[in-house]
Design a protein around this ligand. Structure first.
Ligand code: ADP
Ligand code: MG
Length: 390
């Protein structure tokens, strides 16, 4: 564990309020403006610089505040053009998030012409490896299982790595992934810069990660600022057997663009999709047992707005950014308070307005009250003039 003074920590507390003043290379700045960004968000104002200076970073900021571009810009600038090896490794918990992040690297880095590759499960391992060796991507975005399989067979490919970025870091250091991440870090060179990004970062996790980091710059948003600002939250008290009816009513009532409905199991997702379809709604259904090819097609249709309702599980609760999502429905309440903010945060991206509706069965009222007090927010009964809130 590193013992650093406050002075040291705050060296990078400085905010830079314009992309022009960050000392970025012209092509990168062009890519940023071309992507439609005019001004850095708060996390970008504080998080990009330390990465440029190759400092380890622990960054926590509310969902939808632009963490992705923070590490995309912070790492793209320094990509070593003289090697043919991987320079940036980004690790994410889900495949969908990996593809989304790759898109940000590609679009923001469009004038830098650096190659990217996504390495995730559900595709052929041999193909991933063949591509890696043939095309020499400088940036890879991977899920932990596939990454570890690749590293076991090609132990040297991270030899020249400059940055490891872990997105949704709390999830990645939680029980399910923790040991995979440790094993992966055995392949990461000592001098590599580490960046951790997440909306929530419990104390226990910070203690764990500090042991693998070198004097990290910490950028935190205080917990009471994680209030889901801009997202109106409602509940409807309803018996389980009337939930389907309630959801159909919401869609009849509301003029929505895109929306996501969360349930707690794959089976229920399939069931609900089937029921809503037979009620005349065009829905998409995505969960972890669907083949990778179908998962990609479903995400594409949803992003393009071909279908406007996506029924899914917590597989898609983290990080996914579809700008037009203005409504999230919790058909089932999430199983933990932390997941709530990830689900609800799929709407109201980057300061847009959003609505969340929670369907509650009787004995769940106390769960909702707990969520309210944890996030210091209010969740009211859904009014009839709901369209006013859109
Ligand atoms: P987070 O990872 O913090 O939850 P994302 O990185 O997914 O958030 O960004 C949320 C949305 O905000 C994305 O659609 C992204 O393109 C947009 N965004 C990020 N930074 C900016 C910016 N500086 N200006 C305008 N839009 C931005
Ligand atoms: Mg994110």
């Amino acid at each position: 564990m590193n013992n650093i003074t406050n002075h040291h920590k705050n060296l990078f507390a400085e905010s830079i309020e314009s992309f022009d003043e960050m000392g970025l290379n012209d092509k990168l700045v062009q890519g940023i403006y071309g992507y439609g960004y005019e001004k850095p968000s708060l996390i970008q104002q504080r998080g990009i610089l330390p990465l440029l200076k190759k400092r380890d970073v622990i960054a926590q900021a509310q969902s939808g505040t632009g963490k992705t571009a923070t590490f995309v810009i912070g790492t793209l600038q320094n990509i070593n053009r003289t090697t043919h090896s991987i320079c940036v490794l980004t690790i994410t918990p889900t495949r969908e998030l990996a593809f989304q992040i790759e898109q940000s690297f590609k679009e923001i880095g469009v004038h830098l012409k650096v190659k990217t590759q996504v390495c995730v499960g559900g595709t052929r391992l041999s193909r991933d490896i063949r591509y890696l060796l043939k095309y020499n991507p400088r940036i890879i975005i991977a899920t932990p299982g596939r990454l570890f399989d690749i590293l076991s067979l090609n132990t040297k490919i991270l030899k020249k790595l400059q940055y490891v970025i872990i997105d949704e870091a709390d999830e990645m250091f939680s029980k399910g992934f923790k040991f995979q991440i440790y094993r992966i870090f055995k392949f990461v060179p000592k001098l590599c810069t580490i960046g951790l990004f997440s909306a929530t970062l419990p104390k226990e996790i910070i203690q764990i990660v500090e042991t693998i980091m070198n004097e990290p710059v910490r950028i935190f948003v205080k917990k009471n600022e994680l209030t889901l600002e801009g997202i109106k939250q409602f509940y409807i008290a309803v018996e389980e057997k009337w939930k389907l009816e309630a959801v159909c009513d919401i869609y009849r009532l509301m003029k929505i663009t895109q929306s996501i409905v969360y349930v707690n199991s794959k089976k229920k997702a399939e069931w609900l999709a089937e029921k809503m379809s037979s009620n005349g709604f065009e829905v998409l259904c995505l969960h972890g047992s669907i083949t990778q090819a179908d998962r990609s097609a479903i995400m594409k249709n949803f992003r393009l707005g071909i279908r406007r309702v996506l029924i899914t599980t917590d597989l898609l609760s983290r990080g996914i950014d579809v700008q037009q999502v203005c409504l999230v429905i919790n058909y089932d309440l999430p199983t933990s308070k932390e997941i709530y903010i990830h689900r609800i945060g799929r709407s109201g991206r980057f300061g847009k307005k959003g609505i969340a509706v929670n369907l509650l069965v009787k004995n769940e009222v106390f769960v909702l009250r707990e969520i309210e007090s944890y996030y210091n927010t209010t969740i009211e009964e859904m009014p009839l003039d709901i369209n006013e809130y859109l």
